[in-house]
Design a protein around this ligand. Structure first.
Ligand code: COA
Length: 260
């Protein structure tokens, strides 16, 4: 069922996952949600993979949302299950032990923006548009959009996007803190691959520790969060990578991190 729904390749530690339903603007149906879940689980467990890039096939969309034709006939119980299916997959992305970069190559609407927000970094083409248009369908976000948008950019912007349903352009998304960077569309792939290449060479266990500090420590009170960071910091002294990184600095050479 998952054949060709995703195009996956790996080079130099960078796994690229491309959602591939261009005729449906990469809309997330149940099979695509499951394929993504399996693809991210595989990336997590594969020691060859240091960083994941997620994007959409075709020239104009990242993802145009959850699949509206599939949702049209759902019962309340099925609707809840559909939401849980997407939410579990997106939580897997968010808590992955390796950095995930969303290459936002065009429209990221509804479930598309929700998916991009689970990624750790978002680089958008200057032609991209993002939004939570569910209100126009008599719906609300169902894959965590209300919660992640709130945490990324606060109440005012969350309510503006979710109550109006109007998409915003990449520059406004940058102003609101929804994306990290905006680049000309022709330079998107090279900008993302440059960043991915940098992360693929970084110390994997330190990257993981940092992701955990934000994912776990960031949801606690300040005392618990600081305590969590200290514990993660201490853990780094058990790694060969920390000895390599500090020694390389002192020896004025470039470190090589093995993820040990
Ligand atoms: N679910 C299912 N199918 C979708 C879809 C979605 N979220 N978004 C687009 N498609 C389908 C269209 O139905 C159409 O299929 P068809 O050729 O069989 O009729 C095809 O993708 C192309 O879409 P179209 O609307 O013709 O492209 P466009 O360039 O005119 O518009 C968008 C692009 C993104 C503005 C428009 O497709 C759109 O608004 N999509 C829905 C966005 C949305 O509400 N997302 C939240 C869902 S909860």
């Amino acid at each position: 069922m998952t054949d060709n729904l995703l195009l996956i390749d790996t080079a130099a530690g960078i796994r690229t996952i491309r959602i591939n339903r261009p005729d449906k603007l990469n809309a997330l149906n149940a099979d695509t949600l499951d394929a993504l879940d399996a693809a991210f689980a595989a990336a997590d467990h594969d020691p060859e993979v240091r960083v994941v890039v997620l994007t959409g096939a075709g020239p104009k969309v990242f993802v145009a949302g959850a699949d509206i034709s599939e949702m049209n006939t759902l019962t309340p119980v099925q609707g809840r299950d559909f939401s849980l299916r997407g939410t579990r997959m997106m939580r897997r992305v968010e808590t992955l032990s390796k950095p995930v970069i969303a290459m936002v190559n065009g429209f990221a609407l509804g479930g598309g923006l929700e998916l991009a927000m689970c990624c750790h970094l978002r680089i958008a083409a200057d032609t991209a548009k993002v939004g939570q248009p569910e209100i126009n369908l008599g719906l609300i976000p169902g894959f965590g959009g209300s919660q992640r948008l709130l945490r990324l950019c606060g109440r005012a912007a969350t309510l503006e996007l979710c109550l109006t349903g109007a998409p915003i352009n990449a520059e406004r998304a940058l102003q609101l803190g929804i994306v990290n960077r905006v680049v000309p569309v022709a330079e998107l792939e090279s900008a993302v691959m440059q960043l991915a290449g940098q992360l693929a060479k970084a110390a994997p266990l330190a990257l993981r520790g940092m992701l955990d500090c934000v994912n776990i420590g960031g949801e606690c009170g300040i005392e618990e969060g600081l305590e969590y960071e200290s514990a993660q910091f201490g853990l780094m002294f058990a790694t060969e990578d920390m000895r390599e990184g500090t020694s390389a600095f002192l020896e004025k050479r470039t470190p090589t991190f093995a993820g040990k």
